[in-house]
Design a binder for this molecule. Structure first.
Ligand code: UDP
Length: 467
């Protein structure tokens, strides 16, 4: 009998990364792979507490915690990200050096912003494949940073945010300074977030391949650019839709790191079709109290129904959101519903949802596209600025209101999305949703690429392991 491939999958320890890489783990285990999924202690405990992660896989799945001391605390601050990378280098790297040789591993699938793991794989001659959990477009704009610097387009000059950039090939017609990933917009290019993402992205070609959670019909022109520098790209997305197709199910198990509040589903059940705008800023982005109030007034003044994910840590500097929420709740009882954390995929799939006010994280964007839900984009940081430009300007599936936070603009945009321009936005998003479904079903591009990935990893099993 042929030996089973064993892959170690190592995501960056944030919700969006863990979610999509766990979906890949599931897809591979359906093809009889043994999978070890490597996470921080905190993520390990959260997955055990809030998901069915152990029972959904067969015996070939192993959830492995890294040693203590690696934490996401404060990761949205300059010092926090440096601390995280310092601990990954000083704790995770030596751990991998010991752990991998004792685990009979075929291949390491590692988040493309963890190049320290690639160092270890190279030391011991183990094949490595990168998984970038962001869009192809934002990956490509990170990749082109050295060219932008060389052309003098970075750092961004005073008042140059609205000028189009010339050095991100394939985006010359529409990518402005303000659409670059937030890290690239810093005036100080020694910023650690910026250096890490730039250096790690540029190292991508050292891996045997690059997995992207996207599909050819969505990002084809940019993928052609990427393939000129990364020869082996596997587009297998949208991974959540891919998993649903393989399991022939309407919804997959949750990978939430927080408890999901299912009560919002009963509330949605009582609402008319396409009458509710869903509001979520993802798992990391925060709002100031002033921004929160602009969104709240904007939502109320739009006179639309809304479901708003109000994470307990959403409001920057307010560990307890309660004092603000008393005021909010009184104003929203008539039309709104708030929850700490929701079953996001199920919410977007609900017939009552007609639009999505989002921070444009890549998982949220894909989840919305797959359900054919148009978006208002209010990007906060990292790749979100690029994603929102594509939604607003390239795919025309909604409105990009980046760099504004004004109750009138928010209310007008919501009315446009839900009423006045709903037809045009919905038509384009629904068309892309049908292409997304085609991609992950038999014969589709993502389906074929996943098969190729599986065959390629199988072929990495050393000959002496075959009996
Ligand atoms: N999510 C969720 N429940 C919520 C809000 C978000 O399960 O109430 C999930 C969502 O499905 C997505 C992830 O959290 O997979 C957020 O990832 P994304 O890339 O959109 O943004 P990030 O959190 O990385 O900024």
């Amino acid at each position: 009998m042929d030996p089973l491939p064993h892959v170690i999958i190592f995501p960056f320890p944030a919700q969006g990364h863990v979610n999509s890489m766990l979906k890949l783990a599931h897809l591979l285990s359906l093809s009889n792979f043994d999978v070890t999924f490597l996470v921080t202690v905190d993520t390990h405990d959260r997955l055990l507490n809030h998901t069915d992660v152990l029972s959904r896989f067969g015996t070939g799945f192993h959830l492995q915690a890294l040693p203590h001391g690696i934490s996401m605390d404060g990761v949205n601050t300059r010092d926090g990200i440096s601390m995280l990378y310092y601990s990954l280098n000083t704790i995770a790297k030596p751990f991998l050096r010991e752990f991998i040789p004792n685990s009979s591993v075929t291949c390491l699938i590692v988040d493309g912003i963890l190049s320290m793991a690639a160092d270890v794989a190279e030391e011991i001659n183990l094949p490595i494949i990168y998984f970038r959990t962001v869009s192809a477009s934002s990956f490509w704009s990170y990749f082109c940073i050295p060219e932008l610097i060389q052309a003098g387009e970075l750092p961004l000059k005073e008042n140059a945010k609205d000028l189009t950039l010339t050095k991100v090939k394939g985006m010359e017609d529409f990518l402005r300074g303000r659409d670059l990933p937030s890290f690239c917009q810093a005036s100080d290019l020694t910023n650690p977030d910026f250096r890490i993402v730039m250096t790690d992205t540029r190292q991508t070609p050292r891996a045997r391949g690059l997995i992207l959670n996207t599909f050819e019909d969505l990002e084809g022109p940019i993928l052609s650019q990427i393939r000129m520098v990364c020869l082996n790209v596997y587009t297998i997305g949208a991974v959540h839709a891919h998993l649903k197709a393989k399991l022939a199910t309407k919804s997959t198990s949750s990978n939430s790191l927080w408890q999901e509040d299912e009560s919002c589903m009963s509330w949605l059940d009582t609402q008319p079709p396409k009458s509710v705008i869903y509001v979520s800023f993802g798992s990391v982005a925060g709002l100031t109290k002033e921004e929160l109030l602009e969104f709240w007034y904007g939502l109320v003044n739009s006179e639309q129904k809304f479901l708003w994910v109000m994470r307990p840590d959403l409001i920057i500097g307010h560990e307890r959101k309660d004092e603000i929420l008393v005021e909010l709740e009184q104003g929203t009882k008539a039309r709104g519903y708030m929850a700490d954390w929701v079953p996001h995929e199920k919410v977007l799939a609900h017939r009552a949802i007609g639009g999505f006010l989002t921070h444009s994280g890549w998982n949220s964007t894909l989840e919305s596209i797959v359900e054919g839900v148009p978006m208002i984009c209010w990007p906060r940081f990292a790749d979100q600025q690029v994603n929102s430009r594509f939604v607003g300007e390239v795919w025309k599936m909604g409105l990009d209101i980046k760099d504004t936070c004004d109750r009138d603009i928010i209310a007008i945009s919501i009315r446009a999305l839900m009423e006045k321009r709903n037809g045009e936005f919905s038509q384009r998003t629904e068309h892309m949703a049908s292409l997304a479904k085609k991609a992950v079903n038999e014969g589709g591009s993502s389906y074929i690429n996943l098969d190729r990935l599986i065959q390629d990893i199988r072929s990495m099993i050393p000959p002496h392991k075959h009996t």
